[in-house]
Ligand binder design. Structure first.
Ligand code: HNI
Length: 150
């Protein structure tokens, strides 16, 4: 089980609180967008989403936007279950591994996109100690998502 200090717990809840659901949804859509733009090979997992031919197509793709909300809800599950992320994410890990066949290295790339979006959104409030808590949270989420891979 992951040990969280009170300061880490507060930092993650504060960050989440600042990413209000509506803004959060847009923010994480934005996170998903750079992931598809900056790391174009990730587009291969979204062939059913329609045109991802260039940045403009990705930014205007309604399925990408809707998926941002889906991923946001997934992250919200981890925020609500910080003491049990591995078990909470077990079904999601099986889905990404056995049905979606997502290369787990891509989790790290999307995690980096989230961190850049959060930093841009929080600005000066994203201090080094807040970032340390956020990076630990992302690392735990990524480890939990990769846990069911064999
Ligand atoms: Ni991911 C579906 C959460 C990383 C490709 N993904 C989901 C769902 C959640 C989710 C929640 C919906 C599950 C369901 O329908 O029951 N994904 C997350 C989280 C991360 C993540 C929290 C990382 C922090 N997913 C990735 C990455 C890729 C990815 C890095 C590929 C590069 N995910 C998918 C695909 C789907 C998906 C593909 C199915 C989309 C669809 O609707 O067809």
């Amino acid at each position: 089980m992951v040990a969280w200090t009170d300061a880490e717990r507060k930092a993650i809840q504060d960050i989440w609180g600042k990413l209000k659901p509506a803004a959060g949804q847009k923010l994480f859509t934005i996170a998903r967008i750079p992931c598809l733009i900056v790391y174009p090979w990730t587009q291969r997992y979204f062939s059913s989403f329609g045109s991802l031919s260039d940045a403009a197509a990705i930014k205007s793709n309604k399925k990408v936007a809707a998926h941002g909300e889906v991923v946001l809800k997934g992250l919200g599950l981890a925020v609500k279950n910080m003491d049990n992320i591995k078990a909470t994410y077990a079904p999601l890990s099986v889905l990404h591994s056995e049905k979606l066949h997502v290369d787990p290295d891509n989790f790290r790339l999307l995690g980096d996109c989230f961190t850049i979006v959060v930093a841009a959104h929080l600005g000066r409030a994203f201090t080094a100690d807040i970032q340390a808590a956020w990076q630990k949270f992302v690392a735990v989420v990524i480890a939990a998502l990769a846990k069911q891979y064999h």
